[in-house]
Design a protein around this ligand. Structure first.
Ligand SMILES: [Zn+2]
Length: 209
């Protein structure tokens, strides 16, 4: 908490003026073009690794970046998906997993929890049946990559997503943040593996947009 409070002081002193116009422009409405679903893990900081500004991304975070199959666990995930897709009309939806994910480890190693955490992780158990992608990664990192791919499949079960894909070409992507190297990877369906978004890969993707 001390760090947060001192951080507010620092923001007021050094950045608030610089962002004044942007926040003034954003005060009445938002128009992000991307919905990002990420894990609550404190080491995953999308605004930092994607150099985004306020207003750029609509973000949904939860333990394990899990998306329940449509209609099975109604609540904040479906609400965020419907709001982002139907109201904000985002063009892309990204599920971003990450290395050393505690939620994935808990599911893969059958760790026992109680209450809401047990119920929530139970939704992720299907991950164990997913064939992991290719690549030289640890068992748990391959599982968290498979988990991101699974959530993309599940997102397709949401009518809002399925309609937007059909009607206006909404795109779905599985990303994965490698904490050790501070690198972002994306799942390449043709190659069957996650590849680093770098100076070689990103221009190719930008050319397709
Ligand atoms: Zn995690």
């Amino acid at each position: 908490m001390k760090k947060l409070l001192n951080g507010i002081l620092d923001f007021r002193k050094t950045k608030r003026k610089e962002y004044a116009q942007l926040f003034s422009d954003l005060s009445a409405f938002q128009s992000p073009d991307t919905l990002l679903v990420a894990c609550s893990d404190s080491r995953v900081v999308p605004n930092l690794f994607a150099s985004t500004d306020p207003g750029d991304m609509f973000v949904l975070r939860n333990v394990g970046n899990i998306v329940p199959e449509y209609g099975t666990f109604r609540g904040s995930v479906g609400a965020a998906v419907e709001f982002a897709v139907n109201q904000l009309q985002v063009k892309d939806v990204i599920v971003c997993g990450h290395s050393n994910c505690g939620a994935v480890a808990a599911i893969m190693d059958d760790m026992k929890f109680e209450g809401d955490l047990a119920a929530w992780l139970g939704i992720g158990a299907e991950m164990k049946q997913i064939k992991p992608p290719k690549g030289e990664w640890s068992r748990l990192d391959l599982a968290s990559q498979a988990n991101a791919i699974l959530q993309i499949r599940r997102l397709s079960s949401y009518p809002a997503i399925a309609n937007a894909i059909k009607e206006r070409g909404l795109r779905l992507h599985a990303w994965w943040f490698n904490i050790t190297e501070a690198e972002v990877l994306r799942y390449d369906d043709d190659k069957g593996q996650f590849i680093v978004l770098d100076e070689e890969e990103i221009p190719k993707l930008l050319a397709k947009l």
